[in-house]
Write a protein that binds this ligand. Sequence first.
Ligand SMILES: C[S@@+](CC[C@H](N)C(=O)[O-])C[C@H]1O[C@@H](n2cnc3c(N)ncnc32)[C@H](O)[C@@H]1O
Length: 315
Amino acid sequence: MKKLLTTKAAAKILGVHPVTLRRWDRSGKLKAIRNRFNNYRLYNESEIKELMITPTKIFMEDMDEKQNKVNKLPLNQIILGDTIKEMKKFPSASIDLIFADPPYNLSQSNFKIKFIKSGGKDLDTNKGRWDEFKGNDFETFTQKWLKECFRLLKEKGSIWVAGTYHNIYLTGYLMRKMGFEILNEILWHKSDATPNLSCTRFVADHENFIWARKGKKHTFNYNIMKEMNNGKQMRSLWTRGKTAGGKKIHPTQKPEWLLERIILSTSNEGEVVFDPFIGSGTTAVVAKRLNRNYIGTEIDKKYYKQAVIRINKRI
Ligand SMILES: C[S@@+](CC[C@H](N)C(=O)[O-])C[C@H]1O[C@@H](n2cnc3c(N)ncnc32)[C@H](O)[C@@H]1O
């Protein structure tokens, strides 16, 4: 049987205000069903969920109209706040490259191991509150930030999303449904990975990166990559260590060499690189060094402050 939603519940799923849904109903963009008894608006839950992951042209155009009136891009700034709320303030089709290293949803296992086994350090798979989700919340969160990224990218723009088996399959599925075209999957093989201390699984010594485009064209600096790979075509398996490049200030900090390769290969000088989950500021530090404009959002005050200090210190 069809499950019906109130205007408020449907608006929550779509991440819009209920007033917007009423406006879409009146204009015919998204027609509501009427309750036979009180004439209240109702929405078919499966249609709303489908619209959320496969936004129709009308839906995107409506968002574009509103966003383009709102704001200019906050170039070369890190913004403290929730990335979805902040992204909604940026104009559509304004970003050249997005690098997203989102929560991987791996903190739920709460696996802890005492320092004796790990050779000097307590190890804990819990990365922090920002990586904890209940029920379907992780999927909804992933849909919402990906949808905003899709809107923000220029037609020739591309996006990289980092992950492990915990999040990457869901993310890739949602990206395809949303209209992204996957160009490559890069595997970062960590030459200095942490051993599997529980001794119940294989050592997880790689991370996955989906590289995808929004439209029919994209930037790929083939020759720079070939040069960096001693004159041979750059491959999709990148083997190198985790060493951060500078002091490590974040539990999931990405090494600078990795961001260097990503930014050099898929953007040009003067373009805009956006990181929705900036953490310790790695993307911004590297983008600045490579003469790109950067923008980052971060929800945690401690990381936000450390990222700003790090960016201002480094050339
Ligand atoms: C995987 S870490 C990114 C690490 C980063 N790549 C680095 O090199 O330091 C994800 C970051 O996203 C932040 N975060 C989580 N949810 C967020 C949200 N809704 N809005 C903004 N930032 C968020 C977390 O606080 C965390 O610092």
